[in-house]
Write a protein that binds this ligand. Structure first.
Ligand SMILES: C[S@@+](CC[C@H](N)C(=O)[O-])C[C@H]1O[C@@H](n2cnc3c(N)ncnc32)[C@H](O)[C@@H]1O
Length: 298
């Protein structure tokens, strides 16, 4: 039976320079990391075969290199310098060769990066375990789909509707979905998260908006859509990158108070917040961090 050690072993083989730090973060949060990676290892090998672990490790290495380079450019420029959004859509979100390795990295950073691991705790303990019985959950920007699948794994009573703008990401999510056998309660389809507010008459007891806001030209409509679609007893798991440059990070947040204020302006209230930094090089002017919040209706 495969488990989280399959991902760690692949890092030793294919991303040696990153393996010690990833292993250290995983070891300090082993129970939480295994909560995610044990089922994911089973689903990934059933969906793609055992070569998937080396592919995931290569994707993780390429992503970490890209992040380090983008952060250097950011330090020099003093602001994010993203490509125009239509180019990001065609060259990132619609490009299978770019998107599939990126999706492996996007999920592996949760147990392997110190700035992300507390998001997992908040997600599991304060979002999934707090959802109302039989909750209907919307996942915006589901990407690889693993957050939504972990919701179904943790809560056998809930149903998840996942959307993402990227066709190759949705294909990955659907392939893992089939292997997970949660397909009676989880769906993934291609859709722009900014178009969901036009859905009429549908409300959700849970909404996930993980690492999406920084990909938008303006995140305010996302918060308004979330407020519109959230049931009275609903809860939201929201997360975003702060002062972290990447090829497809379009909106630059410099302070935790910025997404928090946007949520409040949309009629939401923040009931929990975590924010952690990665270690920047000495003398850096920007401090890359990732923040996650639980939101409710005001
Ligand atoms: C960093 S990944 C996050 C994936 C996942 N939510 C997670 O936390 O690992 C960003 C995702 O946002 C998606 N995305 C970007 N703009 C979007 C939009 N306007 N509507 C829906 N998805 C979008 C991308 O395709 C990508 O899958």
């Amino acid at each position: 039976m495969v488990d989280s050690t399959a991902f760690l072993g692949a890092l030793d083989r294919k991303a040696k320079w990153l393996a010690p730090a990833a292993r250290a973060t995983f070891a300090s949060n082993q129970q939480l990391g295994s909560w995610l990676l044990d089922p994911l290892a089973r689903w990934a090998s059933a969906a793609y075969g055992d070569g998937v672990f080396d592919d995931a490790a290569r994707g993780y290495a390429r992503y970490c290199l890209g992040v380090a380079k983008a952060q250097q450019v950011y330090e020099q420029a003093g602001k994010y310098t993203p490509e125009a959004l239509p180019d990001v859509i065609s060259e990132v979100y619609e490009d299978e060769g770019y998107m599939v390795p990126y999706m492996w990295a996007a999920i592996l950073i949760y147990p392997f990066w110190p700035s992300m691991v507390n998001h997992l705790a908040l997600y599991r303990d304060d979002f999934l375990r707090a959802l109302a019985p039989n909750a209907k959950v919307l996942e915006t920007a589901a990407g690889h789909g693993v957050m939504g699948l972990m919701a179904a794994e943790e809560r056998p009573d809930i149903a998840v509707e996942g959307i993402d703008i990227s066709p190759p990401a949705v294909a990955v999510a659907n392939r893992i979905l089939k292997a997970s056998r949660h397909d009676s309660r989880v769906t993934f389809r291609v859709k722009n998260a900014l178009d969901i507010a036009q859905q009429t008459g549908k409300q959700y007891q849970g909404i996930i908006a993980a690492m999406l806001a920084e990909h938008l030209e303006d995140p305010r409509p996302l918060f308004r859509a979330i407020a519109h679609l959230l049931a009275d007893d609903g809860i939201v798991f929201f997360s975003t990158a702060i002062e972290s440059a990447q090829r497809d990070h379009v909106y630059e947040f410099n302070n935790e108070s910025e997404p928090l204020k946007m949520a409040e302006d949309a009629g939401l209230r923040v009931t929990r917040l975590v924010s952690d930094a990665s270690a920047p090089p000495t003398g850096a002017r920007f401090l890359p961090r990732a923040t996650a919040m639980i939101l409710r209706r005001r």
